[in-house]
Design a protein around this ligand. Structure first.
Ligand SMILES: *Cc1c(COP(=O)(O)O)cnc(C)c1O
Length: 386
């Protein structure tokens, strides 16, 4: 089976993990900090905070921004459930925004209209924007709305490490408070499991470091009470064990050296799909000329005249050994969120997109033969444009 995404592990990655495994520190140590610094440097942010997953990072980012019981968190319904769940973890209420039918990102006009028509006490405290498939949302515009309506912004850039928005590397937080990256194996680079938050705020960085480590600090400058001895540490708030281990960090660091190459390769493979599929009744990914997508996902949307249904095409490709996927089932239609009263018809663009989308295999080691197999099957199955 050709999967829709997968990691590349080189001998140098294995070497890096082995060396760390033989070092005295395998949980907390210098590698996690080095990864934080390297990612922050790469995306031009002041601070990086490592986590054992992007999900943990989202949770602590929301807490650091002050999200509490009764507050509202809004996000795009076209995302992985973690983008919304972080609100629930904080006992906040979650609401969604529909997507732009061209980019499948959170629609700025829909956001603007929703904000205008929402009562003051129900306005969001935090908005999680998701850079779907690796392309940035319209951050300048969203940032203006954040200033007008007084909400904080988390960029869920799980798909988008190595991409850029206009002249800004994604993660530099020029138009947000905190950005989150995932280091899951299907993402751009991997630590097996892992996440990184970037921010320019020393306050948020410090808070997230505290939250991910039980709420404990060992820094004498931060102590509330007198240091009682060299052993002394303080738990100042309630936190979690969300730390990234040294083994994971070593893998992440080793992979990070290949980031640019990976994103380039993903863009090159996307271009080959574009060139070979453009005469079929499909809508291919649209990337704004001023954006550079990290191309985590390559999604095709079946046009009315495609002559084949989503499910039939999905099964045909799966039966041929092609591990296609669907990204995403709108979050508001998940049984958990339906319990809050969300229903079909609430976010029409995302729902209509979901009914016609298929994710094709795209990863740096996808070879020509494999990609041609995907292309031939699509040419066989989908009608040509008239
Ligand atoms: C993968 C993903 C996450 C969660 O990442 P983990 O590192 O697996 O926790 C969150 N949001 C989006 C949009 C993702 O694609």
């Amino acid at each position: 089976m050709i999967p829709y995404g997968k990691q590349e592990i080189l001998d140098s990655d294995i070497q890096a993990v082995m060396e760390t495994l033989k070092s005295p520190l395998i949980t907390q140590g210098p590698k996690a900090q080095e990864l934080e610094e390297e990612v922050a440097k790469k995306v031009k942010a002041k601070f990086g905070v490592s986590f054992n997953s992007a999900t943990s990072a989202l949770h602590c980012a929301a807490l650091a921004l002050g999200l509490r019981r009764g507050d509202w968190l809004w996000t795009s319904t076209n995302s992985f459930v973690a983008s919304a769940n972080c609100g629930i973890y904080c006992e906040a209420k979650v609401d969604f925004v529909d997507i732009d039918p061209k980019t499948y990102n959170l629609d700025v006009d829909a956001l603007s209209t929703k904000l205008k028509h929402t009562k003051k006490h129900k306005l969001p405290k935090v908005l999680v924007v998701v850079h779907f498939a690796g392309q940035s949302c319209e951050m300048e515009h969203i940032f203006k709305l954040a200033q007008k309506y007084n909400f904080k912004i988390i960029e869920d850039a799980s798909h988008a490490l190595g991409g850029s928005y206009r002249t800004y590397p994604i993660g530099c937080c020029a138009f947000s408070d905190i950005t989150i990256f995932s280091l899951h194996p299907v993402k751009i680079i991997t630590a097996a499991e892992g996440g990184i938050a970037t921010t320019n705020s020393p306050k948020y960085a410090k808070k997230m470091q505290l939250l991910k480590n039980h709420g404990i600090t060992k820094d004498p400058d931060d102590f509330e009470c007198k240091k009682q001895g060299a052993w002394y540490y303080e738990q100042q708030i309630i936190g979690f064990n969300y730390r990234l281990s040294e083994l994971h960090a070593a893998l992440g660091l080793s992979q990070l050296t290949r980031l640019e190459g990976y994103v380039k390769k993903r863009n090159a493979l996307a271009k080959i799909y574009n060139e070979n599929l453009c005469d079929l009744e499909l809508t291919l990914p649209f990337v704004q000329s001023y954006n550079y997508s990290a191309f985590h996902l390559y999604v095709i949307v079946l046009n009315k005249k495609s002559g084949i249904k989503q499910k039939a095409l999905f099964e045909k490709l799966r039966n041929a050994g092609i591990g296609v996927q669907v990204h995403y089932i709108p979050i508001h239609l998940q049984p958990f969120y339906a319990r809050f009263g969300f229903k079909k018809g609430d976010f029409k663009n995302a729902e209509s997109y979901y009914k016609h989308v298929i994710t094709l295999p795209l990863f740096p080691t996808l070879n020509q033969q494999e990609q041609q197999k995907v292309i031939s099957l699509l040419k066989e199955s989908v009608c040509k444009k008239a």
